[in-house]
Design a protein around this ligand. Structure first.
Ligand code: AQP
Length: 345
């Protein structure tokens, strides 16, 4: 058995969200709500606001600052406790960018070119996309591996990036003959791992979709939420008697999944409750449930945003704690690859 094969890694959770625009319901159900559940599972949890990722597409500097603080407020308002979890913004821990560079030299161009998100976001105009957008997945690998994180809660759309993180870790370990980086597991579970647009059941709900009607923002008021669900695209059939009846009905399935995730029940339970009922009954019930879940988060968020200096203080404190974990892992990585470190500290 090699030295590498004997390595065991302490369970540790890491995940992050980009501070671009307001959080939408998919971010909440696919990510933040599950971050909170994992915080309460007894494993160390590290949650990041990945501001360097946001920069891969143009951000107005003032908007980026506001979105960063707003995302921190959303995390806390949704139940993340800055004492129990480590909460910080990525750019305050320089190791992300440094390890990201090292991984740029490990990852292959072909891997990056195959990423679905790159193809979607760069579109037909890839020549004009930033180099950062292409390299995004190796920075994401660095975010995770800088902490030797073993588990990453994400929505379905990020699965490919976590798989690439494993590829980068495996190639690094192989190329340098070590077993230094863990094989991180994506954690994709629950009823809402892929919340779809309210206007198009084939597209995921996204905070940068040009149509505001396509998503529920965590900042939407009760009337706006009700109106968006009322106008959500659906078919004319009532809800089916069994889950199998949702198979070729993407819009109906999406709304049922959202209801199940918000109510913390199974999709089967929602179908049993609303079998045979039309959307005229289901949509208002869904809107009421969404308002009941989201409104307290939105109002707590507003309260926290009234004191940006306190948010900055919490992020700074989180960054210190994150850096304390990251620094020895980065130092050892540099040693492994042959970078000389002789500067006095
Ligand atoms: N529709 C979704 N359903 C379930 N989970 C989702 N996530 C995003 N959209 C959905 C999850 O939210 C986390 C943070 O995502 P991100 O902001 O880092 O990037 P993203 O996946 O690109 O999210 P958006 O909303 O689409 O942002 P923009 O428009 O800025 O690109 C991830 O765990 C993601 O899976």
């Amino acid at each position: 058995m090699t030295e590498a094969a004997r390595t065991t890694f302490t369970p540790r959770v890491f995940s992050g969200i980009q501070p671009t625009n307001h959080l939408q319901l998919g971010n909440y159900l696919g990510a933040v709500k599950r971050f909170v559940e994992m915080q309460n599972s007894g494993i160390e949890t590290i949650y990041c606001i990945v501001d360097l990722h946001a920069m891969t597409t143009w951000q107005d500097p003032a908007d980026l600052r506001t979105a960063t603080r707003e995302l921190a407020a959303s995390y806390i308002a949704a139940g993340l406790d800055p004492k129990r979890s480590i909460l910080f913004n990525q750019s305050q821990v320089p190791g992300h960018a440094e390890l990201g560079w090292i991984f740029n030299c490990v990852a292959r161009m072909g891997w990056m070119n195959r990423m679905t998100q790159w193809k979607d976001k760069a579109g037909k105009d890839a020549e004009k996309a930033s180099l950062g957008l292409l390299a995004y997945p190796s920075l994401m690998a660095a975010d995770i591996l800088l902490y030797h994180a073993t588990r990453v809660p994400v929505g379905e759309d990020q699965k490919q990036h976590v798989e690439l993180t494993r590829d980068i870790a495996a190639k690094f370990n192989h190329d340098y003959g070590v077993d230094f980086f863990p094989m991180t597991e994506p954690v994709i579970d629950g009823a809402a791992t892929r919340v779809m647009s309210l206007r198009d059941g084939s597209r995921k709900m996204s905070k940068s979709d040009p149509s505001d009607a396509s998503r529920i923002n965590l900042t939407d008021d009760a009337d706006t939420i009700a109106q968006k669900f009322r106008k959500a695209r659906t078919d004319a059939e009532p809800l089916p008697e069994s889950v199998g009846g949702l198979k070729d009905r993407p819009e109906a399935r999406n709304l049922v999944n959202i209801y199940a995730a918000l109510a913390d029940v199974t999709v089967e339970a929602v179908v049993a409750q609303f079998a045979g009922k039309g959307f005229g009954t289901f949509k208002p019930a869904l809107a009421d449930l969404a308002v009941a879940r989201i409104a307290p988060i939105a109002s707590e968020m507003q309260r926290l945003m009234a004191d940006p200096a306190e948010i900055d203080r919490l992020l700074g404190d989180g960054a210190e704690r994150a850096n304390a974990i990251a620094a020895p892992i980065l130092a050892r990585t540099k040693e492994i690859v042959g970078l000389v470190a002789s500067r006095r500290r």
